[in-house]
Design a protein around this ligand. Structure first.
Ligand code: BGC
Length: 366
């Protein structure tokens, strides 16, 4: 079932619509055409009580001014490009330096603050959002036609299928920036009491707090970055380790192994479990280390950032959500040894990430 309603409007007057998908067991996913955003995901805990397991805002204005990309699709190139420029086919392309000297999540005019065109398919419980990104948009070459399809299945899966075509060689790395918190307490509780497993032996370390990869692959064994055996997110997050010091916590890319599942997150108190399956080579696990001053606004003519509020009106707290941004590693365009993110006109970009929600059996990971 798909229910449509008006969520409000953004500054330029464009109306923002919401689309709520419901499955047979009553699980609900609310999507917005603003940013092709996941605004709410309602799943039951082990007592059958439903709770919202992703951070979301109450108003379009907060989404529009949000520096945390809450729930949105980010691109053209998710995460960072060092020096806000790159060479492709002998030409240099200049991007926005919207994160110090570097580009983050596309640049200033982010896909997350644009209103996408929506089409619904009631029978398939799916919504497709389309965005046209013209040649030169954010500084990237080539016209780009993007489609992101969200499907909610009766098996508790939210499937995200990304498709794109270009008419010129370009670079592309699309992902979703939802912040999960399986406690159902939204912005009021941190996620340090969640257990995480990542099917990965290696991560791509960053050089310093600007978070640009060095280009190496580093073994996680014996380090706080090791999630090959499930552990609490909070267990090692504040360890004195170069990568955690640079990121203020987890904000790194892990290289994923193939298999039936790449990531599992479990919340012992509620029994909620989320399993991530993706065809992408990596994942940015970002533990919400910058979730304090989120919303940009002006007070007495001065630009300031203020805390964002979740749907319950609660201030969104530090580390109250964790993102699993499935992707090609950050700054791949500058590292020949990383999987590349080049899209050619004769290719169709196609990728799928599935977030499956259920309640774990008694004794799971105890
Ligand atoms: C980045 C973080 C950034 C966050 C929100 C994540 O993908 O890795 O460093 O703060 O997005 O902007």
């Amino acid at each position: 079932m798909i229910e449509q309603s008006v969520f409000g409007s953004i500054k330029n007057g464009t109306e923002v619509k919401s689309y709520t998908l419901t499955n047979k067991s009553g699980m609900k996913v609310k999507l917005l055409d603003l940013g092709a955003t996941i605004a709410e995901i309602w799943t039951p805990d082990r007592y059958g009580k439903f709770g919202d397991v992703v951070l979301g805002y109450a108003t379009p204005a907060e989404y529009e001014n949000n520096s945390g990309y809450i729930g949105a699709v980010v691109g053209r190139v998710a995460n960072r490009i060092g020096g806000a420029e790159f060479m492709l086919s002998g030409r240099k392309y200049l991007l926005d330096a919207n994160d110090g000297k570097n580009t983050l999540h596309g640049g200033f005019d982010s896909y997350s603050t644009r209103v996408w065109d929506a089409t619904t398919e009631e029978m398939r419980n799916r919504v497709t959002f389309k965005l046209f990104s013209p040649d030169g948009d954010q500084g990237y070459p080539g016209n780009l036609w993007i489609k992101v399809t969200y499907t909610l299945t009766d098996e508790g899966e939210l499937k995200i299928r990304y498709r794109a075509r270009t008419d010129q060689m370009t670079i592309l790395n699309l992902t979703n920036h939802a912040y999960f918190n399986l406690s159902g307490k939204l912005g009021a509780a941190d996620v340090l009491d969640h257990k995480v497993w990542i099917n990965s032996d290696q991560m791509t370390p960053v050089a310093d707090s600007a978070s640009i990869p060095t280009g190496e692959y580093r073994d996680v064994a014996g380090t706080p970055m090791d999630f090959t055996a499930p552990k609490l997110l909070g267990q090692d997050i504040d360890a004195d380790y170069d990568q955690l010091n640079y990121g203020g916590g987890y904000d790194h890319n892990w290289m994923l192994k193939r298999g039936d599942a790449q990531i599992i997150m479990y919340h012992p108190e509620t029994g909620r479990r989320m399993t991530v399956v993706t065809d992408q080579p990596g994942v940015q696990m970002y533990s919400g280390n910058f979730l304090r001053g989120l919303v940009e606004t002006t007070v007495d003519g001065k630009a300031v950032t203020v805390p964002g509020h979740d749907l319950m009106g609660q201030e969104i707290q530090y580390r109250s959500g964790v993102c699993f941004e499935t992707q090609v590693p950050p700054d791949a365009v500058h590292h020949d040894n990383f999987p590349n993110c080049i899209l050619m006109p004769e290719m169709e970009y196609e990728s799928e990430t599935v977030y499956r929600f259920d309640v774990a059996e008694e004794g799971f990971w105890e």
